[in-house]
Design a binder for this molecule. Structure first.
Ligand code: 5FU
Length: 456
């Protein structure tokens, strides 16, 4: 086995993860069934796991312990791979002999790596932790193979433990969805299940917006999935004019964004190979590409502008912006366009600039027909309210400035999310003009995460 993606796909092949309609122990219906115990019959999977764990184990660890029983074989291979001694926590105390709860050699104060196969509520981990701690052992690190994203990790982090997972159910379904191994329905059902089955019950918190949003368009779902996984609804508007600067910036901030927005026609040294490079980086850092071309012509011309010329936009952009000024026919032309590769559409129905002509009347006129087109995943707007499921992309976001000297108006991330109900924040100069863009984007991430926009 060569990589994590293969490991995840093999989990499905060997039926450790199944999708369908399952009744859980609790009686609840679930669209997924996870049981990693089959891994024991696949030595190559155990070996792969031992490598994945080895990369993550902190230097201070002195003992390894698996939560019984499912994680015991995993702890064993990790122990062999790392040379770190293992201890075993019994599920039941022996009723005879030593009556030990922990088997193996250890000293009070030893720093332990605790291994779990799957985490849901974190209950079995908490039980194991309690018993190890009562023996004087210190839980230094917890690594879980698969996080069901139902709040267990957060619960342990809140208790002060250092917890991480190798994989999450979201990264698994995202991968399977991307590779067309599961369809829209399964993907959406899993997202819904996660949202409604979190053990973290905090009504005072904002809802997990992203998981509530469901849009049948595949690109919208990918964008939502990435945003949720990265806990970032930031779209970097990379309005830089050399390919070197663009690639340099994306390499710096790629992990922090869910999409990059470009104005491809402002690049002074554009060659088609730039697109290849861009696609590789987008794939590496897992973000989508938006071309902010704002198409605004009759249908036929828009199709030519989308697909032809040196930019061949439809061949690489996941999403494009479009004005609806030419009316429904121009939108219909794109929707009806029979093309293998077609970007999702984001109409601009309200602009951020002073004196924009996109008044309420215009917004309402756009809304009258745009919802009928499945290629439309949402809109660029400021104040407009949208139908459920449509995504709101908001430019004009900046932590430092209120406006520029050319008509642009800015809001803070907090205002955009809480008052404008924006789903995605588009930030240009706020990031790319900063002295240290990586550090600056950290401030934006902090601002949105403080709002608990992504829930637990
Ligand atoms: F549709 C719009 C809009 O109403 N306002 C915008 O600012 C699009 N934009 C784009 O977002 C604009 O073309 C820039 O690419 C980006 C904002 O960049 P800034 O540097 O954050 O002002």
């Amino acid at each position: 086995m060569k990589n994590s993606a293969n490991f995840l796909k093999t989990l499905v092949d060997i039926e450790c993860v199944k999708f369908g309609d399952f009744t859980l122990k609790s009686g609840k219906q679930s669209p997924m069934y996870i049981d990693l115990r089959n891994i024991v019959s696949h030595p190559s999977m155990l070996t792969e796991l031992s490598y994945l764990f080895k990369d993550k184990i902190s230097n201070s660890i002195q003992r390894i312990c698996g939560v019984p029983y499912a994680a015991l074989p995993i702890a064993t291979v990790v122990s062999i791979q790392t040379g770190l001694p293992m201890i075993i926590k019994r599920k039941e105390v022996k009723k005879y002999g030593t009556k030990k709860i922990v088997e193996g050699e250890y000293n009070v104060g030893d720093k332990v790596l605790l291994i779990e196969d799957v985490i849901t509520s974190g209950e079995s981990l908490i039980e194991t932790i309690k018993e190890l701690e009562s023996e004087g052992l210190l839980i230094e690190q917890i690594i879980v193979v698969l996080d069901r994203e139902q709040g267990g990790v957060k619960r342990l982090i809140d208790k002060g433990y250092q917890v991480e997972s190798l994989f999450s159910i979201l990264s698994l379904v995202e991968l399977l969805f991307k590779e067309r191994k599961i369809d829209n329905v399964i993907y959406t059902n899993v997202l819904h299940f996660i949202q409604h089955n979190s053990i973290i019950d905090s009504p005072s918190k904002k809802p997990k917006k992203y998981l509530q949003k469901t849009h049948s368009n595949e690109t919208a779902q990918r964008l939502l999935g990435i945003a949720y996984r990265k806990k970032s609804n930031l779209i970097a508007s990379i309005d830089l004019i050399t390919t070197k600067d663009i690639i340099g910036l994306l390499n710096e901030i790629g992990n922090d964004i869910c999409a990059a927005k470009l104005h491809i026609d402002i690049i002074s040294d554009f060659t088609p190979s730039f697109i290849d490079e861009l696609l590789i980086i987008a794939k590496r850092f897992d973000f989508l590409l938006i071309e902010d071309r704002k198409f605004a012509d009759i249908g036929n011309t828009q199709l030519l502008q989308l697909s032809k010329g040196m930019y061949a936009i439809s061949s690489w952009a996941d999403m494009v912006t479009i004005h609806l000024i030419a009316g429904e026919s121009a939108l219909k032309a794109i929707q009806d366009w029979d093309s293998e590769k077609k970007p999702a559409l984001i109409p601009v129905i309200e602009m951020s600039s002073s004196g924009a002509l996109t008044d309420q009347d215009y917004i309402e006129k756009c809304k009258k027909f745009m919802y009928n087109y499945t290629d439309v995943i949402g809109v660029v707007c400021q104040t407009a309210e949208l139908n459920e499921g449509f995504l709101k992309f908001t430019p004009g976001v900046n932590l430092e400035s209120k406006n520029d000297d050319k008509g642009q108006n800015y809001n803070s991330p907090k205002y955009a999310i809480e008052e404008l109900h924006s789903d995605f924040l588009i930030i240009g100069r706020g990031i790319y003009s900063a002295n240290d863009p990586k550090n600056e984007i950290g401030k934006y991430l902090l601002a949105i995460r403080e709002l608990d926009f992504f829930g637990a």
